[in-house]
Ligand binder design. Sequence first.
Ligand SMILES: Cc1cc2nc3c(=O)[nH]c(=O)nc-3n(C[C@H](O)[C@H](O)[C@H](O)COP(=O)(O)OP(=O)(O)OC[C@H]3O[C@@H](n4cnc5c(N)ncnc54)[C@H](O)[C@@H]3O)c2cc1C
Length: 487
Amino acid sequence: MSKNVSIIGSGFASLAASCYLAKAGYEVRIFEKNSQVGGRARQFHKDGFTFDMGPSWYWMPDVFERFFADFGKTPSDYYELEKLNPAYKVFFGNDQSITIEDDLQKIYAAFEKEESGSSKKLEKFISQAQSNYSIAIKDLVYRPGVSPLELVTPETIKKIGQFFSTISRDVRKEFQNQKLIQILEFPVLFLGAKPSDTPSFYSFMNYADFGLGTWHPKGGMYKVIEGMEKLAVSLGVKIKTSATVEKINVEEKKVSSLIIDGEKFLTDLVVCGSDYHHSETLLDAEWRQYSETYWEKKTFAPSSLLFYVGFDKKLKNIHHHNLFFDVDFDAHSREIYDDPQWPKEPLFYANFTSVTDPGTAPENCENGFFLIPIAPGLEDTPELREKYFDLILKRFEKLTNQEVKKNVKFQKSYCVNDFIKDYNSYKGNAYGMANTLLQTAFLRPKLKSSKVGGLFFTGQLTVPGPGVPPSLISGKLVSGLIQNKKI
Ligand SMILES: Cc1cc2nc3c(=O)[nH]c(=O)nc-3n(C[C@H](O)[C@H](O)[C@H](O)COP(=O)(O)OP(=O)(O)OC[C@H]3O[C@@H](n4cnc5c(N)ncnc54)[C@H](O)[C@@H]3O)c2cc1C
């Protein structure tokens, strides 16, 4: 008889794990507390507008291809992908912006225009970043973080110095122009830590950005979730939504059952795709591996204040992805990581998928997604949300040279309290535990419980880390450990 596996949550990591395990012959069930699958990547519709609630940057298309190829499929079997050109625009002040296009030569030219001699330096930097990408994303991240030796390969030994310098230091050594520095430091923000705390080796994110480009699945990121859900169901996975797991029961040091909305459900194996910290609280204290002090000491990725906005007109001077770096980057970073508080002058990010994907807003309208990164665990009140909405909209109007406030048809905000309520997120973090030198690979919370047999973890708080591509990989890694096979 095949073993049954219960997976808690239906984010990217859980869906990926479910596909691999079902393919390997396990009887797989997913239990998701929310009414929709997808976790942080859920989507909502209002008055003809479509909003992805979380991820919007589709980077590292090769990771998605590799996932679907494991099932004899391609992304195009499930969704239509477009490479965005331009990839994004960065605003630095009134009439000061840099647009990043979809081709390395054009990006080198844009750099040269800002700082003479920088294109050659960028070429060298990207070549290094590309080599790191082949080592990290094609190989290292597919190792389960069981032993430090996983990181020791002939290639990494040659690059050892890059683990002891930082992106910030490297970039500043080569480039003087503040705008170019900020553009090169931006990609590692996806890893959840400050560029000054992120090892140089992670410059593979710069290759993902400039070398591989920014893509958009038509209809939004949720199309990827729908594709994975379809694949999982076709492989025999049973998905139950509006099903909250309240307890993981252990007998004779092995998982025995789950309590789901008050009902006992017997299971041989459990994979927790819910936030690691929360998942451990579903166990009696003696079975938890990590203490509250452990979590308290970790560097978490930021939380976010988000606004989903329906505009009743088309907006000017914007692209699909827009970064507003017109204030002090370092001051805002300090307010996230060193001295947690609401930022005095926040950087923010805005996307308007309707610019390139008209189906995501009614005719002559624009859907806006605004994101301010903030420290996890901050006080979250309606007044604060309102204050920041006014603040960024004013800046947005000034920098894009148009009035938009009076064209807001509706606005929905999302912040720390929602992350906690909807996802049981630790301190309301938006995208998990950061990837710093001391929180990489075998130094992250483990995929397999050391205390309870048959209990596993997956997702952005474990290996390899935050982001959609790492979550897909995490699902593959945990399924490999369950089957006790090298992947
Ligand atoms: C605002 C935002 C922007 C982002 N932008 C990007 C981006 O542009 N590009 C990118 O690559 N990544 C981005 N990310 C990160 C990316 O979305 C995440 O890393 C990824 O979606 C995490 O997937 P996961 O499977 O680990 O967890 P989740 O998606 O959080 O899934 C966990 C699931 O577990 C469920 N759950 C929790 N507790 C229980 C319980 N007791 N019982 C049952 N179910 C439970 C939750 O409801 C949830 O559905 C962003 C994230 C956010 C929030």
